[in-house]
Design a protein around this ligand. Structure first.
Ligand code: BES
Ligand code: MN
Ligand code: ZN
Length: 489
């Protein structure tokens, strides 16, 4: 949905629902003028009763006393604690309620007196609404109710830029979710490559896809090994966006294992279905490429998505194998379920060699150990560059996509040394599993500024995920908003 902005004053707006925010312990919702004695009185009563508690929503029917059919009061918590996140959450709850009521058009008032910068508040409202109204119903015959459309009543001159930006960003997130939620029988590496091609032709991106034979010939030993067990052949998908002349690009790599059985080191049956989400890192890259090009961001981006299906078969790679990675390093396979780092190693090495980027950022549902360490609401971040890490932490603050930096140093690098090859694909036992996985990637990136996000816990709604209206069941699209914020600075 594309959210619009209008300067119309609320008392004149003909709409099915005029929604306003109210702070805790206030009786005056932001931007709601006096309209009609009875209505004004009811609004005050309702504010008193609900106390502006965050999440509270009250619907007042106006019986033609004013142009708006309903006035909807949404509590936003203490005035001094209003943040991007509280607006995203409150606007998201509002949108879901509007949809439940069968309303097909509603307005949210964001006036100058709102306790956040206007652009920030309007942008957060757009995200909260667009992301909350999403549901994955491709395989259901009775589709969810129609989506209500939103108009923000605000000072257009101060908000229209931010709103159009947030429209593109939320479209990017929904695009990422839409692919990530596809079942593994439909979405295999070739299917992903097809989606990349059509995105590229719509959005004027350059797109190259390397086939199984090309990957083997060009020395992509990691992707080739992991992909060899499945009849769905591996692909390396490369998308290029050029928004600025004469500048080094940012390379963004995303793990896209369309299904991770573990391979010969097979996983237990419990929750194995969730391994359709092992392509979420790649989907994040798709979402970023789409939004960056929609927004015409003045940056250069290269999105690289190594895609495989990790299957056990007579052709599979095995524990004990020694393979040659892209660039020539040898790696000993100790566990075929530690496949993500192998395909990422190739993609990172290739990205750095081919594009000489100013920085490289990767997203991967890489380790269960990251979930053990940080839970399912915070992604792990590992970086070799404090400046880059700090900027990404700032973007994390603004977007509410939480990250926590984990350490890396030579002691961790020593933990992936192999007796028989240069490196091995697991650490000793389970200790520091999220970091030893990152150490494997670090051995591919050398000195190029690099940040790695382990999104195993945050890529989809799973056990322990905090309930938020803007993260409905399924994939979250984690990382799309974070990186677009970073690239917009
Ligand atoms: N895709 C998994 C990681 C994962 C597990 C993500 C659960 C989300 C939820 C990854 O390929 C994997 O299997 N990692 C292993 C590594 C181990 C064998 C060293 C793991 O975490 O157990
Ligand atoms: Mn695995
Ligand atoms: Zn995996």
């Amino acid at each position: 949905m594309t959210v619009r902005t209008e300067n119309t004053s609320p008392e004149k707006k003909k709409t099915q629902a005029l929604c306003v925010f109210v702070a805790e312990k206030s009786e005056d919702p932001f931007g709601l003028p006096k309209m009609h004695q009875k209505i004004d009185h009811t609004v005050k009563q309702v504010c008193k009763e609900t106390k502006g508690k965050i999440g509270s929503i009250s619907v007042i029917h106006t019986h033609q006393m004013v142009p708006a059919q309903r006035i909807v009061i949404s509590g936003i918590g203490p005035r001094h604690k209003v943040t991007h996140e509280s607006v995203r959450v409150s606007a998201g709850r509002l949108a879901k309620r509007m949809s439940e009521l069968g309303i097909d058009e509603f307005c949210i008032v964001i006036p100058d007196s709102f306790p956040l910068k206007l652009g920030i508040a309007a942008g957060a409202a757009v995200e909260g609404v667009n992301l909350s109204l999403y549901s994955f119903d491709k395989y259901k015959s009775d589709k969810k109710t129609k989506q209500p459309s939103l108009t923000i009543l605000t000072d257009q001159s101060k908000t229209s830029g931010a709103v159009s930006k947030s429209n593109s960003i939320s479209d990017g997130v929904l695009y990422a979710r839409g692919i990530a939620n596809l079942p593994p029988n439909e979405c295999n590496p070739a299917h992903l490559a097809g989606l990349a091609k059509s995105l590229a032709s719509k959005n004027k991106l350059r797109c190259t896809v390397l086939s199984k034979a090309e990957l083997r010939q060009s020395g992509f030993g990691g992707i080739s090994a992991v992909g060899q067990g499945s009849k769905n052949e591996p692909k390396l998908i490369i998308m290029e966006y050029n928004g600025k002349k004469n500048e080094k690009p940012t390379v963004i790599v995303g793990k896209a294992v369309t299904f991770d059985t573990g391979g010969i080191s097979i996983k237990p049956a419990d929750k194995m279905d969730e391994m359709k989400f092992d392509k979420c890192g790649g989907c994040t890259v798709f979402g970023i490429m789409k939004a960056a090009s929609d927004m015409k961001l003045p940056v250069n981006l290269v999105g690289i998505v190594p895609s495989v299906e990790n299957m056990p078969s007579g052709e599979s790679y095995r524990p004990g194998d020694i393979i040659k990675m892209y660039g020539g390093k040898t790696a000993e396979i100790l566990n075929t379920d530690a496949e993500g780092r192998l395909i990422l190693f190739d993609a990172l090495s290739y990205g750095i060699k081919a594009y000489k980027p100013k920085e490289v950022i990767d997203f991967a549902t890489l380790t269960g150990a990251c979930i053990v360490a940080l839970g399912t609401n915070v992604a792990g971040m590992v970086s070799n560059n404090d400046r880059l890490a700090k900027k990404l932490e700032e973007s994390s603050q603004r977007t509410g996509e939480q990250v926590w930096r984990l350490p890396i140093n030579d002691d961790y690098m020593d933990m992936i040394k192999s007796d028989y090859a240069e490196i091995r694909n697991t650490g000793p036992g389970r200790v520091a599993g999220a970091i030893t996985a990152a150490a494997f990637l670090a051995s591919a990136v050398g000195n190029t500024p690099w940040a790695h996000f382990d999104i195993a816990g945050t890529a989809w709604v799973q056990t322990g995920t905090k309930d938020k209206p803007y993260n409905p069941k399924g994939a979250t699209g984690f990382g799309v908003r974070l990186i677009l914020d970073y690239l917009s600075q």
